[in-house]
Design a binder for this molecule. Structure first.
Ligand SMILES: Nc1ncnc2c1ncn2[C@@H]1O[C@H](COP(=O)(O)OP(=O)(O)OP(=O)(O)O)[C@@H](O)[C@H]1O
Length: 218
C-alpha cells in the first residue's frame, strides 16, 4: 500500500476542553488509485488531508507512506517527505505571484531535484499553458491558474497527490474540465490520489470514496 492510515485521532483545543475532530479513522490507498474524501462541513476532511501531508501531527494513530510513518519523523524528516513524496493542490491556487508561469511550473520539481525542462514543456502543452509560460499568475484565468498549480505538483513527480477541493474556486464547467485533465495526468503518472470534495458528482469520477461523519469513516 502506498498510504495506510490506522486509527487516526486528532482533537483541537477549545475553551471547553479538547474537541475530537478525527475519532479513529483508518483506510488505505494503493499506487495508481484515486479516492474521494467526502462528508459534511466540519466532518474532519481537511484535517485528515493535512495530517496525511505531514502539515500537522495526529494525537494517536499511524500514517504510513511508502513504509515510513510520517508521524514518527522529525520536523525535518516530515518536510523532506513532503518535498520528495507528496504533492499538494489546494482550493486557493497558491502560485508565487512574482514568478512566471514557467518558473511556477518547475518550482517544486527544482526543490525536489527532479527538474526536467523537456518534461515541463510537454506538461505545459498538455495543460494548455504553452502559450502562457512567460506570463505571471495574475494574468491568467482561475482555471489556468489551477492548471499551473496542478502542473507544478505533477512536474515534481510525487507518489502521493493530496487535493483539497481543487476545483472549488472554479465554475462548474471549468472545474469538471480541470478535474478530468488532472485525473488523466495523475493516472499517467501512476501516483495515488486523495481528493476532498463536497461534490457527489466529482466524487463519482474517482475509483472509490471515503465518507466521514463526525470524525469517523461511515
Ligand atoms: N487548527 C484548528 N484549531 C481548532 N479547530 C480546528 C482547527 N482545524 C480544524 N478545526 C475544527 O475541526 C473541525 C473539522 O474541520 P475540517 O476543516 O477538518 O472539516 P472539513 O470536513 O474539511 O470541513 P469543510 O468541508 O467545511 O472544509 C471543525 O469543527 C473545525 O472548526
Amino acid at each position: 500500500m502506498l498510504l495506510t492510515v490506522e486509527n487516526l485521532q486528532k482533537s483541537f483545543p477549545s475553551a471547553d476542553g479538547p474537541v475530537p475532530v478525527l475519532r479513529g479513522v483508518s483506510f488505505s490507498l494503493a499506487a495508481g488509485r484515486t479516492l474521494a474524501l467526502t462528508g459534511e462541513s466540519g466532518s474532519g476532511k481537511s484535517t485528515l488531508l493535512h495530517l496525511c501531508a505531514g502539515l500537522d501531527a495526529p494525537d494517536a494513530g499511524r500514517i504510513v507512506i511508502e513504509g515510513r510513518d510520517i508521524a514518527a519523523q522529525s520536523d525535518a524528516g516530515r518536510a523532506a517527505m513532503r518535498r520528495d513524496t507528496v504533492g499538494l493542490v489546494f482550493q486557493q491556487f497558491n502560485l508565487i505571484p512574482s514568478l512566471s508561469v514557467a518558473d511556477n511550473l518547475s518550482f517544486h520539481a527544482r526543490l525536489a531535484g527532479r527538474d526536467d525542462p523537456d518534461r515541463d514543456a510537454a506538461l505545459a502543452e498538455r495543460l494548455g499553458l504553452a502559450a502562457h509560460l512567460a506570463k505571471f499568475p495574475e494574468q491568467l484565468s482561475g482555471g489556468q491558474q489551477q492548471r499551473v498549480a496542478i502542473g507544478r505538483v505533477l512536474a515534481a513527480r510525487p507518489h502521493l497527490i493530496l487535493a483539497d477541493e481543487p476545483t472549488g474556486n472554479l465554475d462548474e464547467a471549468t472545474g469538471a474540465a480541470v478535474l478530468d485533465l488532472m485525473l488523466e495526468l495523475v493516472a499517467e503518472s501512476g501516483a495515488a490520489f486523495l481528493m476532498v470534495t463536497h461534490s457527489e458528482r466529482l466524487a463519482a469520477r474517482l475509483d472509490a470514496r471515503l465518507h466521514l461523519r463526525a470524525g469517523q469513516v461511515e
